[in-house]
Design a protein around this ligand. Structure first.
Ligand SMILES: [Zn+2]
Length: 338
C-alpha cells in the first residue's frame, strides 16, 4: 500500500507552517494559468522564505509534462508542489514519478479524485487511462481556495465519486469471473466515499461549507482506496472507460465528473442496481442529467459505449462481458433517458 503521509484539510491551510512540515529545501511550484494570478498573494505568503521556482502548466498532456520535466531535470528540487486543478496535479505527480521526488498536492478545485491518488492522467500518450505513480506525500486542502472554484467543478467531483458505485461492481466481477485480485476493504472504502457524496448533495448544491469539506474528504478517501488496492480498480471501471471514449470521440465536451456521472447511470442499469436513484441525485444537485446538455450527441454516446472495452481489453468489466450491440445501447439510452 502506498498512501499519503500528511493530509491537512481546513480553512487557510495552505500556509508556511503546514508547508514546512513537507519541504525544507528547494521546491518546484506548478500552477495553472488562472490560479497563479487569482491566488498570487496566498502563494507568495505561503512560500515566503522558501527557495522555489515556479512554472505554469498549460495542459495535462505528456508533451507538456515532458517539457516541464526536461526544463527542470537538472535542478535539485526536494519536492514538487502542485497548486491547481486536476491538470496541474496530474503533471506534478508525473514530475514526481520521473524524478522520484515528493509531491505535495494542493487542489484548487474539487473536480476529481486525483487529489490523493497514486495515478496521473495525461493525454496524448499511448493509452488513454491513468499511469500508476507514487501518491502525493502531502495533501493540503485549503477550503478557502476550494470554495472560490466555480460550482461546476465542485459538482464534477461529486460526479466522479458517483462512479464508484459501478467501478467496484466491475472490480468484483473481474474477481468472480477472471480471478483478479479484489480487495474488499479498498472496495468498501470507495463505496463509502460515493455514499458519502450522495448524502451531501443537498449541502453541495448550495455550496454549504461543511458539505464541500465532506466532498473533499470523500475525494481523498477514494484516492486512498486506490493506494490501498495498488491499482485504480476501485476508482475506475466501465463508467470511466465510457468517459475516456467520449474524451476521444467528443473532445472538450463536459467535465470528467459530468461524463462519469452520466455513464454511471448507464452502467448501473446494466448491473440492475438502482440507476434511478443515482439519476435523481444527479438532477437534484444540478449536474447535467443528459449527454445532450453537455453537447454530446446520441450517436457519439453509442459509439463511446461500443469503443469503451477496446480501450482496456485486459481490464474486464460488464461491457466486456455483455458485448452490447449499438442497437441495444440505443434502446437502453432511450429507457433511462440520459
Ligand atoms: Zn475519475
Amino acid at each position: 500500500m502506498e498512501l499519503p503521509e500528511i493530509v491537512i484539510v481546513g480553512d487557510n491551510t495552505f500556509n508556511k507552517d503546514n508547508l514546512s512540515k513537507l519541504v525544507r529545501k528547494k521546491a518546484l511550484l506548478l500552477t495553472g494559468p488562472n490560479v497563479s494570478g487569482i491566488f498570487a498573494e496566498k502563494i507568495n505568503s505561503a512560500l515566503r522564505g522558501f527557495e522555489y521556482e515556479k512554472e505554469v502548466v498549460n495542459a495535462s498532456t505528456y508533451d507538456e509534462a515532458e517539457r516541464i520535466y526536461n526544463k527542470f531535470i537538472d535542478k535539485d528540487f526536494e519536492a514538487v508542489i502542485g497548486f491547481g486543478g486536476g491538470k496541474v496535479l496530474d503533471v506534478a505527480k508525473y514530475f514526481g514519478y520521473k524524478t522520484g521526488i515528493n509531491v505535495i498536492s494542493v487542489p484548487t478545485s474539487a473536480s476529481n479524485d486525483g487529489i490523493a491518488s497514486p495515478f496521473s492522467s495525461l493525454k496524448g500518450g499511448t493509452h488513454p487511462y491513468s499511469l500508476k505513480v507514487k501518491p502525493p506525500r502531502g495533501v493540503i486542502v485549503d477550503l478557502s481556495v476550494i470554495m472560490k472554484a466555480p460550482k461546476r467543478f465542485i459538482l464534477s467531483g461529486l460526479g466522479d465519486l458517483l462512479g464508484k458505485f459501478t467501478s467496484i461492481r466491475d472490480w468484483k466481477l473481474a474477481w468472480i469471473e477472471k480471478n483478479e485480485y479484489y480487495g474488499e476493504y479498498a472496495s468498501k472504502l470507495a463505496y463509502e466515499s460515493a455514499k458519502h457524496a450522495m448524502i451531501s448533495t443537498k449541502g453541495i448544491e448550495v455550496l454549504k461549507y461543511v458539505s464541500v469539506r465532506n466532498l473533499m474528504e470523500a475525494l481523498i478517501s477514494a484516492g486512498v482506496a486506490g493506494g490501498i488496492a495498488g491499482s485504480s480498480r476501485p476508482l475506475s471501471g466501465s463508467e470511466h472507460l465510457v468517459s475516456h471514449a467520449l474524451d476521444i470521440i467528443a473532445p472538450e465536451k463536459g467535465t470528467h465528473g459530468e461524463k462519469v456521472a452520466l455513464s454511471t447511470v448507464f452502467i448501473a442499469y446494466l448491473y440492475g442496481i438502482n440507476w434511478r436513484k443515482i439519476k435523481s441525485k444527479i438532477q437534484e444537485v444540478g449536474l447535467p442529467s443528459s449527454f445532450s446538455q453537455i453537447g454530446i450527441k446520441r450517436e457519439e454516446v453509442i459509439d463511446a459505449v461500443f469503443m469503451a472495452p477496446s480501450l482496456r481489453p485486459e481490464r474486464y468489466t460488464i461491457l466486456h462481458k455483455l458485448n452490447l450491440t449499438k442497437d441495444a445501447v440505443n434502446n437502453i439510452l432511450d429507457e433511462i433517458n440520459i
